[in-house]
Design a protein around this ligand. Structure first.
Ligand code: ZN
Length: 292
């Protein structure tokens, strides 16, 4: 949510993504449409794909009780798991319920990733909130904690997305930020540098589930792509959609701005998968990553 220089940022190791998935890069969904998976990266803030095997009906899979995105067909199902930035390296686990079978526990490896740290000295009032600002922030935090629990049964139409606004992307996902010596939440999205007024589009099809003007995030649009995959677009100068609107890939939802706690105009883009903020770079289409 703050602008960070590219030099200070840690480059996410998207090129060395480790696949925990079956060998086939494409998975057939039940509608027989092949969905290209996101790049896999078994680290905090990354995504893993776990093979669930064959089953006549779609298995239910959960991580810590949170429903997971399950793709595939009766010949083979796969669960996609977003790994929280706060996850500890080691072994992660999911619970799977297949038709007519006892519940199973499957594990996956979470490798460590050292994200860069950024130490900033800023005006004290931007770190120590006033009583009024703190109360507002707490209300909004409760609301947003509710928004992120959204899980709809429909599957995403794409797992590879279009960059939501043109411009240079920072590699600042996961950056650990320390303001005036106080540790803050790590940067949980991608910042894209663009001028105020630049159109912001839906990176994939979905339904708008929340819009608002929030203390830190400024004017914000949340899009539900289905099955616990959500997009959050922040600091907008304009919002052109409302909750309930269906949006197509590439459809305008607003414009870049500098609303909320920012030092300049840019788009902040977060992707939440099973309530974990994961690196949006893992979900970019290959043709998008080529023209950085
Ligand atoms: Zn940001």
């Amino acid at each position: 949510m703050v602008v960070v220089s590219m030099a200070a940022a840690a480059a996410p190791a998207t090129a060395s993504a480790v696949s925990a998935a079956p060998s086939a890069p494409q998975l057939a969904t039940s509608t027989t449409t092949a969905l290209e998976l996101p790049r896999r990266h078994g680290v905090p803030g990354g995504v893993v794909a776990i093979a669930l095997g064959a089953s006549p009906t779609r298995p239910e899979a959960r991580a810590h009780g949170v429903p997971l995105l399950v793709l595939g067909d009766p010949q083979g199902w796969t669960a996609l798991v977003g790994i929280a930035l706060s996850a500890k390296p080691g072994t992660g686990a999911i619970e799977v319920q297949r038709a007519g079978k006892p519940a199973a526990r499957l594990t996956y490896k979470i490798r460590s990733q050292q994200y860069a740290e950024q130490r900033l000295t800023v005006a004290p009032r931007t770190v120590d909130l006033s009583q009024e600002d703190l109360a507002r922030y707490e209300r909004e935090r409760t609301h947003l904690a509710q928004v992120i629990t959204t899980f709809t049964d429909r599957l995403p139409t794409a797992l590879r997305m279009q960059q939501p606004t043109p411009g240079p992307r920072s590699s600042s996902f996961g950056l650990r930020r320390v303001f005036n010596g106080q540790a803050r939440n790590p940067h949980s999205g991608m910042d894209i540098a663009a001028a105020t007024g630049t159109p912001v589009i839906a990176p994939a099809a979905g339904r708008v589930i929340d819009t608002g003007d929030y203390f830190f995030n400024g004017r914000t649009v949340w899009i539900d792509h289905g099955a616990g995959l959500l997009t959050m677009l922040c600091h907008l100068s304009a919002i052109d959609v409302k909750p309930g609107d269906e949006v197509a890939t590439g459809q305008r939802v607003g414009a870049v701005g500098a609303t909320g706690r920012v030092t300049g105009a840019h788009l902040h883009w977060s992707i939440s998968l099973n309530r974990a903020m994961v690196d949006p770079a893992l979900f970019l289409r290959d043709d998008e990553t080529a023209n950085k």
